[in-house]
Structures are given as C-alpha cells and as structure tokens.
Ligand binder design. Structure first.
Ligand SMILES: [Zn+2]
Length: 410
C-alpha cells in the first residue's frame, strides 16, 4: 500500500483516521527510536539542548522527537567528536527520536557572506574566517554522524518575499538536483529517513512542479519548506493546501518553521502532520506564557501578586501542584525570577513546550473522534474570548476552504 516500501526507508506510516470534514489526518509514525503520534509539534534543541531543560524534563513534556541543528553540531562538537561518541542521541542522553535540518538555512540566514552555487553553500567560518563549503554530500555525511532518525536534504532556500521569480525558480530546480545528490550520498537509509523539501516560493505553479519532481524520488517523508518567512498567511495557506493536495497519502508531511498555535491548527486542517518552531522556548525567555487564552507576559506588574499556576488546569511539571508530583509554580514566582534569574525562563519553557504538545495531542484525539471542526471552533472561541470580530481573516478563510466555518456555532 505504501510507496515508501519501494525505496530504503526506516519508518512506517500508519494512517489511523482521516477527518471527514477537513483534510486533517491522525497517524502513527514508527521511527528508529520509537513511535510518534501525528500530527506532532517538535521543539527545537539547537545545540543538542533545549535551553535550560534537561533531557528528562523534555521527556516529561511528552516529547518523543526533538530537533537538532546540523550547522551548530557540525561546528561544535564537530563530526569527529560525534563519530567518537556514536551520534547525538548519546551526546545528549536522549533515548527518543531526533530530526536534523540540513544546516543550509542557518548558514544563509546567519552568515551575511554565504553564497549559493551549484556546488553548495560557500561561507566563511564564524570561528576563524576560513572559506568553507557545505555541499549536499557534506550535509548528509554530518547528519549520518549525528545519527538523527529524520535527516533533511540540503535545499536552496529563498525568502518567499523575494521579488526575483527567476531566482526562486532556479532555487526550486536546484533543490531537486541537490536531493539527488543527497540520496546518492546517504550512507544509512536503513536507519535514517531522508526527507525531501518542496520549494517554489509562493508560486503555486512552481510548487506543483516541485511536488511532482520530489514525489517521484520517493523519499520516506516530505517537507514543505521556505515558508514562515514573513509572507502573508493567506499565501502560506494556499501553498500548504496546494502541496498537501499533491502529496502521497501514506507519507508524513512536515511544514518547516511553524509556529504559532493558530498556524499549526489551520495547517493540520489543510493536511499537514509535523511542525517545529523555536518560538515557545524563545518567547519564554521574555517571560511570555503560551495559554489557551493567548500569550501573556508574566513580567507585567499585574502578576506580582498572582498566585495561580501559569495556566489553570495545565498538567505540565511547572503548573501541576506538588500533591500531583509537579512543582506548583505560580505566576508571581515567574514574574519575580524572569528578569534576574534563568530559572523563570526554564520553567516557562517547560510549560510552553508542554502547552503546544498538548494542544496538538488534543487536536489528534478530536480527529480520531471525528470532532475536529468542533475542536477548532472551541479553540478559537477561547483564544479570542468569544469575540469573533477578532478572529484572523486568513484563518477563517482557510478553514472555510476545508469545510469549517468558525463564524457558525456548532
Ligand atoms: Zn503548564
């Protein structure tokens, strides 16, 4: 049934339920380090660590797959150390799954002097300024040393907001050629799953061409890349909707760099399964708590005397009372520590990561129970305190396109 069976693959995709209204799906993805449930949010552990969290604390959020950055691990500790210890799972004592990016995006976004040629991405070492080159072959080799369960192809990433259509088209075709080189270079297809990345900017025509080319190469999973770069959300939704309409049903679909709660939920409705974002941990460092009623800044003076948990009813380690094995942290404590102690940010990171994982878990349960449209309506109603005039138009329009009208009560 699954076309993935024809090519080397280290995963199986078991479709559990299809939503009968939207394009949402619930599935179980069997990976080398255990099964994960789709849809899924994946927190980002840039340097093989989620800032301030121990692997055990990350595990307690229910996370079964986190991201590592190839670019950062390739620089430090470096490939030799990774080979010596036997990969990133051992380095960070993480028994569950890891996904690594190709390293290309970090380079192009972090290093001003990075230059893309057919050979690869040329850049100057941030350590000593020596010229370096990241090729598709080198990216895959680094990811083979990291030993991640899901590895990403090196792609040619162009900002979706770029006005240069010719460059976007070139980048899309080059990404297809680089995928071929990645497949050729991949040494461990029996234990690491290579995902292709659909490019093509905001052009639906280019995205369609890219989907056809990438799908023909039959990788175990498929990512939709180049989004979340400041494009209008309406355009974002059109790209995701168009791509999921062309992708094989029995493979995981990963939208890279997403995101905010509404973005994730709408993307699930459009048929996407996997998401990652640094936002929950990054925003925690500014004292922001992600909750069902929106994102609240606990540095605000109003929280100095607020002795409730960060989010009422939340089952995370930070919010649960000691009588239930949690830490019983209050908003006042976060308010007190965030400005001067790192522990406030660490505790909020636990809550924020848990919050997004739990939101997606609940979405999955609602898909299985065929009440996902009602779940979406309840979620938006709570987030905007019942005020429908505040609902973002792009979300209302995108969900209408898949049969859910947020403006009509259940
Ligand atoms: Zn919590």
């Amino acid at each position: 049934m699954s076309p993935a069976e024809q090519s080397p693959s280290a995963l199986t995709f078991d479709l559990v339920t299809r939503c009968t209204t939207t394009k949402a799906r619930a599935a179980t993805l069997q990976l080398p380090h255990g099964p994960v449930q789709l849809p899924m949010f994946m927190p980002v552990a840039t340097q093989a660590s989620i800032k301030g969290l121990t692997p055990k604390q990350l595990e307690e959020t229910g996370c079964k797959l986190c991201l590592n950055n190839t670019y950062h691990l390739g620089l430090k500790p470096g490939q030799e150390t990774l080979d010596a210890i036997g990969g990133a799972h051992k380095l960070q004592s993480w028994p569950h799954n890891i996904l690594t990016d190709s390293g290309g995006f970090q380079m192009v976004s972090l290093l001003e002097l990075a230059q893309v040629t057919e050979e690869g991405v040329r850049f100057l070492s941030p350590h000593d300024g020596t010229p370096m080159l990241l090729t598709p072959e080198h990216s895959v080799s680094l990811q083979n040393s990291i030993g991640s369960d899901i590895i990403m192809q090196l792609d040619d990433v162009i900002a979706t907001t770029s006005p240069d259509h010719a460059r976007i088209e070139e980048a899309m075709h080059r990404s297809v050629r680089w995928l071929d080189r990645c497949i050729e270079a991949h040494k461990r297809p029996e234990s690491q799953n290579l995902f292709c990345i659909i490019q093509g900017g905001l052009s639906l025509e280019l995205r369609k061409v890219c989907c056809r080319e990438m799908v023909a190469r039959d990788t175990p999973g498929i990512a939709i890349g180049g989004l979340s770069g400041g494009e209008a959300k309406t355009e974002y939704c059109k790209v995701v909707d168009t791509c999921t309409g062309l992708l094989p049903e029995y493979k995981p679909r990963y939208v890279m760099g997403v995101g905010y709660p509404e973005d994730i939920l709408v993307s699930i409705a459009l048929g996407a399964d996997m998401f990652d974002c640094v936002w929950p941990t990054r925003t925690a460092r500014f004292g922001n708590a992600i909750t069902n009623t929106g994102t609240h800044n606990l540095k605000n003076a109003a929280y100095a005397y607020d002795f409730q948990p960060v989010e009422e009813g939340c089952k995370c380690t930070c919010c649960r009372p000691p009588s239930e094995g949690g830490l019983g942290i209050t908003r006042a404590y976060i308010h007190h520590t965030t400005a001067k102690e790192t522990v406030g940010a660490h505790l909020l990171s636990i809550h924020n990561v848990y919050h997004l994982l739990e939101m997606v878990r609940q979405a999955k349960t609602s898909i299985i129970e065929q009440r996902f449209p009602a779940f979406l309506k309840a979620y938006f109603a709570k987030l905007y305190d019942g005020n429908k005039t505040k609902y973002p138009k792009w979300a209302v329009d995108a969900l209408r396109g898949v049969g859910v009208d947020l403006m009509i009560e259940e």
